[in-house]
Design a protein around this ligand. Sequence first.
Ligand SMILES: [Zn+2]
Length: 315
Amino acid sequence: MPRHRPLFVVALVVVLALVATVAFVVDRPVLMHRMLAARAGEYLVPAHLEGFALDTHAPGVHSFRDGFDRGLLVETTEGLVVVDPFSAKTATRLKAALDARFPGRPVRALVYSHAHLDHVRGGAVLAPREVIAHERCTLAWRDFPADDILAPTRTLAGDATLTFGGVELRLVFHGRSHGDTLYSIHLPASRVVFAPDLAFVRALPPGGMPDYFTPGFLAALDRVEALDFDVLIPSHFDVGTKADFSAFRAFFRFVNTLATDEVARRGWPESAADGEALFRAVYEPVRERYRDWHGFDEMVMPLLIRQITGAALGY
Ligand SMILES: [Zn+2]
């Protein structure tokens, strides 16, 4: 009997390990979270947006796209204007594309649309004559690794108009909105707006929209809505029209109004049933209208949680 004990112990350990593995694998929350992570990957880079491309939207007005990210490129007689280099990888791909398409044309100016690190890295490879950004950007980078961000040579505060070779770029400052350094860029002659991290074409924002103050974000949407333009270039996903901008603004207002009204009507939940009822009161009308938008399933939860919490806390 004793000589069977080691075998028995080994068998028991193997069985317990198998049980633990099976329990982990079939654990519903774990499965759910893994599925969400996989879906988030598909959301971020849908197949039709893989790779690098230059797209033209009006004479001399282009966007460059690298997977999920999209920046603005404007031709002027003084040289090229680039808005947002994104990363060393993207800026290097852009540099190669510029050398092939516009040989010998310098980058007259590199403009940062706002301070967020996913927009501003790697610009040195473009060798711009000027780097232009809101004055608070350098403050925003102080507490983060920022060695690969080309420092601004000219800072702005508030609205500004940049003119290069007769091409006018109107920079519309949004204050505390998405961060507190955000500019949209209006090209009135081309009827184009670059609206970075402000609107998306029939798509939910990533992560439910990062780093925003709701009243300021709504005001920024109103301000761009009032501009006269035909082409909307967002900083992520597809390019669209003024109607797409209006649709995104309506979507965001709809979610915000529902969250604000339901929190005001019901108060903060006092039971699990209250919590579920509050969530469903916001979720179901939003799903009814917007379930066919890109990323609805992946990104609706963080957006609604953020909006309900923001309505209750005031942010
Ligand atoms: Zn951003």
